[in-house]
Write a protein that binds this ligand. Structure first.
Ligand SMILES: CC(C)(COP(=O)(O)OP(=O)(O)OC[C@H]1O[C@@H](n2cnc3c(N)ncnc32)[C@H](O)[C@@H]1OP(=O)(O)O)[C@@H](O)C(=O)NCCC(=O)NCCS
Length: 176
Protein backbone atom coordinates (compact mmCIF):
# COMPACT_ATOMS: atom_id res chain seq x y z
CA UNK A 1 0.00 0.00 0.00
CA UNK A 2 1.17 3.50 -0.79
CA UNK A 3 1.79 5.58 2.30
CA UNK A 4 0.05 8.96 2.34
CA UNK A 5 -0.88 11.71 4.80
CA UNK A 6 -3.98 11.72 6.98
CA UNK A 7 -5.76 14.62 5.16
CA UNK A 8 -8.19 12.46 3.17
CA UNK A 9 -8.98 10.11 6.03
CA UNK A 10 -12.51 9.70 7.30
CA UNK A 11 -13.12 8.74 10.92
CA UNK A 12 -16.51 7.18 11.59
CA UNK A 13 -18.50 4.61 13.50
CA UNK A 14 -18.37 1.06 12.10
CA UNK A 15 -21.27 -1.03 10.83
CA UNK A 16 -21.61 -4.79 10.29
CA UNK A 17 -20.25 -4.52 6.73
CA UNK A 18 -16.90 -3.39 8.19
CA UNK A 19 -16.47 -6.65 10.12
CA UNK A 20 -14.28 -8.58 7.63
CA UNK A 21 -11.96 -5.61 6.95
CA UNK A 22 -11.56 -5.01 10.67
CA UNK A 23 -10.76 -8.68 11.29
CA UNK A 24 -8.10 -8.51 8.54
CA UNK A 25 -6.58 -5.30 9.93
CA UNK A 26 -6.32 -6.82 13.41
CA UNK A 27 -4.83 -10.03 12.03
CA UNK A 28 -2.16 -8.00 10.23
CA UNK A 29 -1.31 -5.97 13.37
CA UNK A 30 0.68 -8.19 15.73
CA UNK A 31 0.97 -8.43 18.68
CA UNK A 32 -2.81 -7.88 18.83
CA UNK A 33 -4.81 -10.98 19.67
CA UNK A 34 -7.14 -11.93 16.84
CA UNK A 35 -10.84 -12.13 17.66
CA UNK A 36 -13.57 -14.26 16.19
CA UNK A 37 -15.42 -12.71 13.24
CA UNK A 38 -18.49 -12.75 15.45
CA UNK A 39 -16.74 -10.75 18.18
CA UNK A 40 -15.73 -8.09 15.66
CA UNK A 41 -19.29 -7.97 14.33
CA UNK A 42 -20.66 -7.34 17.83
CA UNK A 43 -18.13 -4.54 18.28
CA UNK A 44 -19.15 -3.06 14.90
CA UNK A 45 -22.85 -3.08 15.82
CA UNK A 46 -23.72 -3.21 19.53
CA UNK A 47 -20.63 -1.17 20.46
CA UNK A 48 -20.40 0.98 17.35
CA UNK A 49 -20.82 4.25 19.23
CA UNK A 50 -17.54 3.62 21.03
CA UNK A 51 -15.63 2.09 18.10
CA UNK A 52 -13.77 4.02 15.38
CA UNK A 53 -12.90 3.11 11.80
CA UNK A 54 -10.40 5.28 9.91
CA UNK A 55 -10.63 4.84 6.18
CA UNK A 56 -9.16 6.29 3.05
CA UNK A 57 -10.51 5.51 -0.41
CA UNK A 58 -12.76 2.87 1.08
CA UNK A 59 -9.87 1.06 2.78
CA UNK A 60 -9.82 0.54 6.54
CA UNK A 61 -6.49 1.88 7.83
CA UNK A 62 -7.28 2.26 11.50
CA UNK A 63 -9.48 0.76 14.17
CA UNK A 64 -10.33 1.28 17.81
CA UNK A 65 -12.69 -0.95 19.76
CA UNK A 66 -13.90 0.35 23.10
CA UNK A 67 -16.87 0.26 25.46
CA UNK A 68 -18.24 1.71 28.67
CA UNK A 69 -17.87 -1.09 31.26
CA UNK A 70 -21.30 -1.69 32.85
CA UNK A 71 -19.82 -1.95 36.36
CA UNK A 72 -17.72 1.22 36.00
CA UNK A 73 -19.65 3.51 33.66
CA UNK A 74 -17.45 6.51 34.51
CA UNK A 75 -14.73 4.80 32.45
CA UNK A 76 -14.09 4.26 28.78
CA UNK A 77 -12.29 0.95 28.23
CA UNK A 78 -10.18 0.81 25.05
CA UNK A 79 -9.97 -2.81 23.92
CA UNK A 80 -7.77 -2.67 20.81
CA UNK A 81 -6.07 -0.07 18.64
CA UNK A 82 -4.72 -1.01 15.21
CA UNK A 83 -3.20 1.14 12.48
CA UNK A 84 -2.19 -0.38 9.12
CA UNK A 85 1.60 -0.67 8.92
CA UNK A 86 1.64 1.72 5.93
CA UNK A 87 -0.12 4.46 7.91
CA UNK A 88 1.85 4.36 11.18
CA UNK A 89 3.82 7.25 12.61
CA UNK A 90 1.46 9.91 11.21
CA UNK A 91 -0.54 10.51 14.38
CA UNK A 92 -3.52 8.42 13.25
CA UNK A 93 -3.88 6.42 16.47
CA UNK A 94 -3.84 9.62 18.54
CA UNK A 95 -6.33 11.21 16.18
CA UNK A 96 -8.72 8.24 16.54
CA UNK A 97 -8.43 8.27 20.35
CA UNK A 98 -9.21 11.97 20.47
CA UNK A 99 -12.18 11.53 18.12
CA UNK A 100 -13.40 8.70 20.34
CA UNK A 101 -13.36 10.67 23.59
CA UNK A 102 -15.19 13.53 21.83
CA UNK A 103 -18.10 11.24 20.88
CA UNK A 104 -21.41 11.77 22.70
CA UNK A 105 -21.14 8.14 23.91
CA UNK A 106 -17.89 8.97 25.73
CA UNK A 107 -18.63 12.54 26.71
CA UNK A 108 -19.12 11.94 30.44
CA UNK A 109 -16.32 9.40 30.91
CA UNK A 110 -13.73 10.72 33.33
CA UNK A 111 -11.16 7.93 32.99
CA UNK A 112 -9.78 5.97 30.04
CA UNK A 113 -8.50 2.48 30.77
CA UNK A 114 -6.83 -0.14 28.62
CA UNK A 115 -4.58 -3.14 29.14
CA UNK A 116 -1.09 -3.54 27.68
CA UNK A 117 1.58 -6.22 27.91
CA UNK A 118 4.86 -5.00 29.33
CA UNK A 119 6.77 -5.42 26.06
CA UNK A 120 4.35 -3.48 23.79
CA UNK A 121 6.38 -0.29 23.49
CA UNK A 122 4.19 1.12 20.69
CA UNK A 123 1.11 0.84 22.86
CA UNK A 124 2.77 2.38 25.95
CA UNK A 125 4.12 5.16 23.73
CA UNK A 126 0.67 5.82 22.32
CA UNK A 127 -1.16 5.99 25.65
CA UNK A 128 1.62 7.98 27.33
CA UNK A 129 1.45 10.50 24.46
CA UNK A 130 -2.34 10.61 24.72
CA UNK A 131 -2.18 11.26 28.49
CA UNK A 132 0.49 13.95 28.06
CA UNK A 133 -1.44 15.74 25.31
CA UNK A 134 -4.58 15.80 27.41
CA UNK A 135 -2.96 16.95 30.66
CA UNK A 136 -3.77 13.62 32.35
CA UNK A 137 -1.75 11.16 34.40
CA UNK A 138 -1.15 7.53 33.39
CA UNK A 139 -0.88 4.97 36.18
CA UNK A 140 -0.45 1.22 35.78
CA UNK A 141 -1.13 -1.97 37.75
CA UNK A 142 -1.41 -5.66 36.80
CA UNK A 143 -4.96 -6.62 35.78
CA UNK A 144 -4.92 -10.06 34.11
CA UNK A 145 -1.91 -12.02 35.31
CA UNK A 146 0.05 -14.60 33.35
CA UNK A 147 -0.32 -17.49 35.79
CA UNK A 148 -3.42 -16.63 37.82
CA UNK A 149 -5.61 -15.61 34.87
CA UNK A 150 -4.02 -16.90 31.63
CA UNK A 151 -2.78 -20.28 32.96
CA UNK A 152 0.69 -19.28 31.78
CA UNK A 153 -0.37 -18.95 28.14
CA UNK A 154 -0.21 -15.15 27.78
CA UNK A 155 1.89 -12.37 29.26
CA UNK A 156 0.38 -10.30 32.07
CA UNK A 157 -1.90 -7.53 30.84
CA UNK A 158 -1.21 -4.31 32.75
CA UNK A 159 -4.08 -1.91 33.20
CA UNK A 160 -3.22 1.65 32.23
CA UNK A 161 -5.50 4.26 33.77
CA UNK A 162 -5.56 7.74 32.27
CA UNK A 163 -7.20 10.32 34.49
CA UNK A 164 -8.70 12.86 34.32
CA UNK A 165 -10.01 13.04 30.79
CA UNK A 166 -10.50 16.63 29.63
CA UNK A 167 -14.02 17.90 30.29
CA UNK A 168 -14.29 19.93 27.08
CA UNK A 169 -13.85 17.83 23.94
CA UNK A 170 -14.44 19.04 20.42
CA UNK A 171 -16.05 16.59 18.03
CA UNK A 172 -13.94 16.06 14.92
CA UNK A 173 -15.96 13.62 12.85
CA UNK A 174 -19.31 13.19 11.19
CA UNK A 175 -21.65 10.57 12.60
CA UNK A 176 -23.50 8.20 10.31
C1 LIG B 1 0.33 1.19 18.37
C2 LIG B 1 -0.19 1.75 17.05
C3 LIG B 1 -1.70 1.70 17.07
C4 LIG B 1 0.30 3.21 16.94
O1 LIG B 1 -0.31 3.78 15.76
P1 LIG B 1 0.28 5.12 15.09
O2 LIG B 1 -0.80 5.70 14.27
O3 LIG B 1 1.57 4.81 14.43
O4 LIG B 1 0.57 6.03 16.37
P2 LIG B 1 0.72 7.62 16.35
O5 LIG B 1 1.43 8.04 15.12
O6 LIG B 1 -0.61 8.24 16.64
O7 LIG B 1 1.70 7.83 17.59
C5 LIG B 1 1.21 8.16 18.85
C6 LIG B 1 2.34 8.15 19.87
O8 LIG B 1 2.77 6.80 20.08
C7 LIG B 1 4.16 6.72 19.91
N1 LIG B 1 4.50 5.48 19.23
C8 LIG B 1 3.91 5.00 18.10
N2 LIG B 1 4.54 3.87 17.72
C9 LIG B 1 5.54 3.66 18.61
C10 LIG B 1 6.54 2.67 18.75
N3 LIG B 1 6.65 1.66 17.87
N4 LIG B 1 7.38 2.74 19.82
C11 LIG B 1 7.28 3.74 20.73
N5 LIG B 1 6.34 4.74 20.64
C12 LIG B 1 5.50 4.69 19.59
C13 LIG B 1 4.51 7.90 19.01
O9 LIG B 1 5.85 8.26 19.20
C14 LIG B 1 3.55 8.95 19.44
O10 LIG B 1 4.02 9.65 20.58
P3 LIG B 1 4.61 11.14 20.42
O11 LIG B 1 3.44 12.00 19.97
O12 LIG B 1 5.07 11.44 21.80
O13 LIG B 1 5.70 11.05 19.42
C15 LIG B 1 0.36 0.95 15.82
O14 LIG B 1 1.76 0.89 15.92
C16 LIG B 1 -0.17 -0.47 15.73
O15 LIG B 1 -1.24 -0.71 15.16
N6 LIG B 1 0.58 -1.44 16.28
C17 LIG B 1 0.17 -2.85 16.23
C18 LIG B 1 -1.00 -3.10 17.14
C19 LIG B 1 -0.77 -2.70 18.58
O16 LIG B 1 0.24 -3.00 19.20
N7 LIG B 1 -1.73 -1.98 19.18
C20 LIG B 1 -1.56 -1.53 20.55
C21 LIG B 1 -2.76 -1.01 21.16
S1 LIG B 1 -3.91 -2.26 21.71
Amino acid sequence: MECAGTESLTLRMPSAEDGPAISRLIASSPPLDTNSAYCNLLQCTDFRETCVVAERDGEALGWISAYRPPATPDRLFVWQVAVHSAARGEGLALKMLEALIARPAAADATMLTTTITEDNQASWGLFEAFARRNGATLTRAPRFEQDAHFAGAHATEWEARIFPLPTFRTETETHS
